[in-house]
Write a protein that binds this ligand. Structure first.
Ligand code: HEM
Length: 381
């Protein structure tokens, strides 16, 4: 919990910065906040959560240097200390994350772990670029590659895609390597590499869409169905980002930039976090976070408000839609946070307890990732 707290602070500060970027009143105003919004949310918030989950899977005390470094870096970025200090500590946090992956790799090398390692290399690269003073737009494909490859690796791991055959795993890994190479190339040859990045992203998402268990579990009920909605909507937003890069090439400012950035980070990443929170957070925090149907409300609000922001605000140049959509994006994230805390405090509903007991007595789990009472990565076992 202590390691997660700085990530939570980074999230709240990043949302405050989002209000400032939208030109809306915000509880906290500093000159630095709008400038650090992206780095804070990608490395300080999502990076800390990912590093914490991986270090818990590793079960070695030194592994906590990764979430600790990223969380501390985020707090320093928010403090009046020189910005370069916080950015440097974020670099150290990403290097510690690579150390965690090296140790996990020695335990069990696999395609899904290889994807996550590639993601972590991009995280370190993005932190280095940001530290060196490169514009955030230059680091952006690296930020995106970090999260896309890490989450794609998690999907393979959680859904036990191994059951679908080595060919699928090899295909996804190959596309992941292509995406990794395209991200690196965007820094060297931006005009050529961005359309290639778009094509690689479309290929990767297309493959995940075809093989992800979500296409089946969307017809089930309860948590598996909820997760499937979040996952499929998230993949949909990645198609938007991939398509934009493919058709428009390098976008570094303006409506297309806002659209591509938030299709990846809000539409895909936040939707994936909302999907996996009830499965992954209990294993990390050893506290229940039971699924309740009310969790659909923030998910629906997130996607509807992002649609308003991108389709009406960015695509049709309506400033009001950008502001209203952006403010509702923030409301969706905060609502999810509140509901998650509330659901965790209330504990597992009695009906779910009864059902779990019945299932245990009769047949055991149904074999999908979401039926697991909590997430226990292969690496741990
Ligand atoms: C929750 C609601 C959010 C709102 C309202 C919001 C708003 C904004 C705005 C208005 C911009 C400036 C866009 C431009 O320059 O055209 C921006 C940039 C950006 N946002 Fe967000 N954002 C949100 C969430 C997030 C999240 C969750 C992430 C990452 C996980 C993120 C990452 C970024 C990045 C990387 C940039 C580019 C920054 C730069 O170029 O300096 N945003 N955001």
């Amino acid at each position: 919990m202590a390691l997660l707290l700085p990530g939570g602070i980074a999230l709240l500060a990043g949302l405050d910065a989002a209000l400032l970027l939208l030109g809306l009143p915000a509880p906290l105003t500093t000159d630095r906040l709008p400038q650090v919004h992206g780095g804070l949310l990608v490395l300080g918030f999502v990076g800390t959560v990912i590093a914490l989950e991986r270090s818990v899977a590793l079960r070695r005390p030194w592994g906590h240097l990764a979430p600790g470094g990223l969380g501390l870096g985020a707090l320093l970025v928010l403090s009046p200390a020189p910005l370069a200090l916080g950015q440097g500590v974020l670099v150290a946090g990403t290097l510690a994350l690579l150390g965690v992956y090296a140790a996990l790799w020695q335990r069990q090398a696999s395609a899904w772990l290889a994807l996550q390692v590639l993601g972590a290399v991009l995280a370190a690269g993005s932190a280095l670029l940001w530290w060196s003073g490169a514009p955030v737009a230059t680091a952006l494909p690296w930020f995106a590659g970090f999260l896309v490859l890490t989450i794609a690796g998690e999907r393979l791991e959680l859904a036990r895609v191994g059951m679908l055959g080595d060919g699928v795993e090899r295909g996804v890994l190959l596309l992941g390597v292509g995406l990794f190479a395209a991200v690196v190339a965007t820094t060297l040859w931006p005009p050529v590499a961005h359309p290639v990045l778009g094509a690689a992203l479309l290929g990767l998402v297309g493959t995940l869409l075809v093989h992800d268990v979500a296409r089946r579990t969307i017809r089930s009920t309860g948590l598996p169905r909820y997760m499937a909605w979040c996952l499929l909507a998230g993949y949909g937003w990645l198609l938007v980002a991939g398509g934009t890069w493919l058709l428009l090439g390098s976008v570094t400012a303006g409506p297309a930039y806002d659209a591509v950035v938030h299709a990846v980070f809000l539409g895909f990443t936040l939707s994936m976090i909302m999907a996996h929170a009830p499965v992954i957070l209990p294993a990390v925090l050893t506290r229940p976070l039971p699924y309740r149907p009310v969790l659909y409300v923030p998910v629906a609000l997130l996607h509807a408000s992002l649609l308003l922001r991108i389709a009406v605000g960015d695509l049709h140049g309506q400033a009001w839609a950008l502001q209203v959509g952006g403010a509702l994006n923030i409301a969706a994230v905060l609502l999810f946070l509140l509901l998650a805390v509330w659901s965790s405090v209330r504990g597992v509903p009695a009906a779910a307890n009864r059902k779990a007991a019945r299932t245990e007595r009769t047949e055991g789990t149904d074999g999908t990732e979401s039926a697991a009472p909590h997430h226990e990565p292969e690496v741990v076992r």
